[in-house]
Write a protein that binds this ligand. Structure first.
Ligand SMILES: [Zn+2]
Length: 460
């Protein structure tokens, strides 16, 4: 907004996030939990389709992962957890109720300390976010609107979800995005979800309100739905905050409503008006026993817990790596590998390495073989080799041009098929070839030189 505001406002945001747990089977039946490539309504059984008289059975993996996720978010774990029925009708929910946890969720009262790189790409910012609760529930099916009709696909029915509700502690769209990215890193680190937003593994609803600075009472909150990427989270929330301030500045009032993000027109649009408090008539699920969690069970899960992303960042900082470089390393993580894990390990076991030079080398080596660049999957093994190269050679490239040329020629001979594809226009494969030469040279070759020599050989 360019005009000067009459009042200074502050933003209040709370999030409700659904994380799809990547268990082998669904929450209460033996159906495969992965329906990505299945025909509609083929990955179903009487339990998840809600036939009368069937008996759900609890998936223990989901219970354990629920506890693990809650612990990773700093929650207190309830020693007794119980499933409840949430009653409502919708065409994608054939049972007429969803099995959820209302009275006794997995965990409550968590805190996550989030640090992130500000938009200037230099400054480190920090904030604390309270986690109200984490509970488990089953997903519903999907409605598909096509050719003037609405179809229903029940494959997703019964998929385990962890619902995470945060306190309204978030003060800007930037913070909301930072937390969601951290949450994605956390659930990937502990291996409970792929947490791909575009694929709906991580779904976000945001409650947004603004209030004059200093006012104690919250402003009227608007729920923003349908945000399916990190980029849109920030965009949608920025738009909504701006819209609310504009309404208030013009003397209007905010309607309590649900709005959806319209990514084509870059705005939030009204979806539903205030419905009042819907009474879901929760009651304990009579077909499922309560779950008792012992101290010992919790300790066991805690003991085997991976290092959290925030701990890895702190350790990297202690080794002397500037925060923007930590962030850079973290940003190239994929589902398969997290460079920060290896970096911290490497620095810990090789005192005397230059923290920045090591990252420079790793980024060079990794960037050459990255999945997105070459269409080739980086494996743990390749990553391990990259680390070994760094350790063995520190920062010295000793290979001569002629040595590199000999190796490059042999690789091109060996990778004829890739060379063919490259010449047909798959330019991204160049990185793969560079990576192969680098690996063969065991890190003695300067990457820029390898590129130069390969280019020369390939254009012959
Ligand atoms: Zn089933």
């Amino acid at each position: 907004m360019t005009t000067k505001l009459k009042t200074t406002y502050e933003t209040v945001i709370g999030l409700e996030i659904h994380v799809q747990l990547d268990t082998k089977t669904k929450m209460f039946c033996r159906c495969d939990n992965d329906s990505d490539n299945a025909e509609p309504n083929t990955n179903v059984c009487p339990v998840c389709m809600g036939y009368p008289g069937v008996l759900p059975v609890i998936n223990n993996q989901a219970i354990e992962w629920g506890i693990k996720t809650a612990l990773a978010l700093g929650c207190e774990i309830n020693p007794m957890q119980r499933f409840d029925r949430k009653n409502y009708f919708y065409p994608d929910l054939p049972k007429g109720y969803q099995i959820s946890q209302f009275f006794y969720p997995v965990g409550e009262n968590g805190v996550v300390e989030v640090d992130y790189l500000a938009q200037d790409r230099k400054t480190k910012k920090e904030f604390k976010l309270g986690i109200t609760r984490l509970h488990l529930e089953e997903d519903a099916g999907k409605l598909v609107h096509a050719k003037g009709a609405t179809l229903v696909d029940l494959n997703r029915c019964g998929t385990p979800l962890a619902e995470i509700v945060t306190e309204p502690d978030i003060k800007s769209p930037e913070e909301a995005r930072a937390f969601l990215q951290e949450l994605q890193r956390i659930v990937r680190t502990i291996g409970v979800s792929k947490a791909d937003m575009e694929k709906g593994h991580l779904r976000v609803d945001a409650n947004v309100s603004v209030r004059p600075k200093g006012q104690k009472e919250f402003g009227t909150k608007v729920e923003v739905k349908n945000i399916n990427s990190f980029k849109f989270v920030e965009k949608a929330l920025k738009y909504e905050v701006g819209r609310q301030i504009e309404v208030l500045e013009n003397g209007g009032t905010i309607d309590q409503e649900t709005r959806g993000w319209d990514e084509k027109n870059n705005q939030t649009i009204p979806q539903r008006g205030k419905e009042g408090d819907i009474d879901y008539r929760y009651f304990p699920e009579p077909d499922l026993p309560p779950i008792y969690v012992s101290e010992e069970q919790i300790k066991n899960i805690q003991k085997n817990m991976e290092d959290m992303p925030s701990l890895l960042r702190r350790k990297a900082e202690e080794f002397g790596l500037p925060y923007d470089r930590i962030s850079e390393l973290q940003d190239i993580a994929t589902l398969e590998y997290n460079p920060l894990v290896g970096y911290v390990k490497l620095m810990g076991s090789n005192p005397g390495l230059d923290p920045v030079k090591v990252v420079n080398m790793l980024i060079k080596i990794l960037a050459l073989g990255r999945k997105e660049d070459a269409g080739i999957k980086i494996t743990d093994d390749m990553w391990q080799k990259a680390l070994e190269i760094v350790v063995s050679k520190k920062d010295s490239f000793t290979a001569k041009d002629s040595d590199i040329e000999v190796v490059a020629k042999s690789i091109l001979e060996l990778e004829k098929e890739v060379v063919e594809r490259y010449k047909k226009g798959e330019e991204k494969l160049f990185g793969y070839l560079v990576g192969q030469v680098m690996a063969k040279m065991k890190g003695t070759a300067e990457p820029a030189l390898v590129q130069q020599i390969l280019k020369k050989l390939l254009t012959k």
